[in-house]
Design a protein around this ligand. Sequence first.
Ligand SMILES: Nc1ncnc2c1ncn2[C@@H]1O[C@H](COP(=O)(O)OP(=O)(O)OP(=O)(O)O)[C@@H](O)[C@H]1O
Length: 256
Amino acid sequence: MYIEVKDACKNYVQDGREFTALDHVSLDIEKGEFICLLGPSGCGKSTLLNALAGVEKVNSGSVKIDGKEVTAPSINNITIFQNYGLLPWRNVLKNVELGLESKKIPKEEREKTAKKYLALVGLSGYEERHPKQLSGGQQQRVAIARGLAVDPDIIFMDEPFGALDAITRMKLQEDILRISREEKKTIIFVTHDIEEAVFLADRIVVMMADPGRIKSIVKVPLGTHRDRTNDDFLYVRDKIFELFNMKVDDYIEYNI
Ligand SMILES: Nc1ncnc2c1ncn2[C@@H]1O[C@H](COP(=O)(O)OP(=O)(O)OP(=O)(O)O)[C@@H](O)[C@H]1O
């Protein structure tokens, strides 16, 4: 198995009380899978993502990638956050080149690669602009291009579209789904949006809070082209709503 989480536990002490952010969490992920970690606030999604990314250590149990225990962040993986993390003094092209610079890629090749990924996220022609001259959605596209440019093994995304309006968010979801298929990346994506998870994931890891744990893992039996209005899509979405006991009664009373 490519990614293996076994019996992972993580506790924090909050106001003198011990809080279980991850309670015996086990999860296997194959290379190339798109996994969404879905659940309400405080269920440990970010904690699990951070443990996989090597930013936080679990108290017990193990987290392995490619057979090796994760102890620190790897330069082979990247994380994309909600707040874009672009450098305001650099233009778009130079922001995308950032990771390539630390990999000591020569200038010409850097520029070529950065332009390729800017085209992939639909931002050709924006190379000279600075982050503040872009919308939130465009800034997140730059962050995605920057992440992809270094050809990472795994992309960790922590509510990357959380700050965007609904329409922009849907557009970016479509793009990241297309890109994930084209680039065949392993993606671990944190969200609390059920529809977003159903639209994107191969499998949805449904988590619950207090203690943070996995309630179930749902395989999404939808193809590569997903349509939010399609019956199959709505069926899967309803199933997930049911897991959270949030499905409203089908019975509707009409008054004419
Ligand atoms: N550094 C920390 N110190 C103390 N408690 C923490 C720390 N990080 C997280 N926690 C607690 O652990 C629990 C899980 O947090 P986590 O951020 O993983 O949840 P989440 O599911 O990602 O929530 P959200 O959707 O609100 O970001 C929360 O109750 C949180 O308060």
